[in-house]
Write a protein that binds this ligand. Sequence first.
Ligand code: GLN
Length: 309
Amino acid sequence: MPCQTSEELQHLVELSKKYAVNGKVADYIPELGKANPNDLSIAIHYPDGRCISAGDISKKFTLQSISKVICLALVLIERGFDYAFELVGMEPTGDPFNSIAKLETMVPAKPLNPMINAGALVVTHMLKGNTVEERINRLLTFIRQLAGNPNIEINEKVARSEFETADLNRALCYFLRQHKIIKEDVETLLDLYTKQCAVEMNCLDLARIGMIFSMDGVDPLNGKRIIPGEIARICKTFMVTCGMYNASGEFAIKIGIPAKSGVSGGILGAVPRKFGIGIFGPALDEKGNSIAGIKLLELLSRSYRLSMF
Ligand code: GLN
């Protein structure tokens, strides 16, 4: 079913777009610096297959940190709760996503949660498979299934661009390896992690993934369960408590939707039992969240009373 352009959504996009001038595209990954800061698009995917959108939803972007919640779902499926949470915690940090500070003060040096870089690196480390290729392909297959799109691929240029410049993530990995939380070769893990972050899609794909999470892991169109309900619940809880990095508290108060953002400007939203949301707006605020995207979600949440609280 094609996605219908919605005038109501278009209106909210126009109102939110103005805020992009106060943001900046991420350029610490050089390839991401090429994005157009004025882009803003949204798709909403309903469980009955209907879809509405506004803005240019053909624009593709890489998942970046949004991949963290998807990878966590797969690792929990593959490894189980106890195995995963032995090595990564469940508490929000209040620090920026790439901070190393808490690792130094925690004993053992277990990252606080899977939504910050340190925790996500540990989760990615747990992906099953013997080679990077095998592991990334497992994740890609899972993502394609969630999005209902077999054509989703990795943007190799973005992956390489991050791999070549990811010294902070390298530092996190070495720290975690020294403390025996991570047990594999750092370059191998970074190769896998940067590929995971560079999985590319558009808002429509992202909205469909959000819809599956919103329906507790079931694809309502064919009744097939893709994620066990308990794991979908854990992922959505992390989205609420840690999904928008150190802006998660304010986001929960103002918007109240389980969501996960990425530095490419993407936001995945899952309104429980209602619909999935995919947003792309690459101009970011100082915490690394899409500035116009957050505004758009705020308007949407207020207009349609979407807060779960
Ligand atoms: N790949 C990015 C990084 O590790 C993801 C961070 C993000 O989206 N906040 O820095």
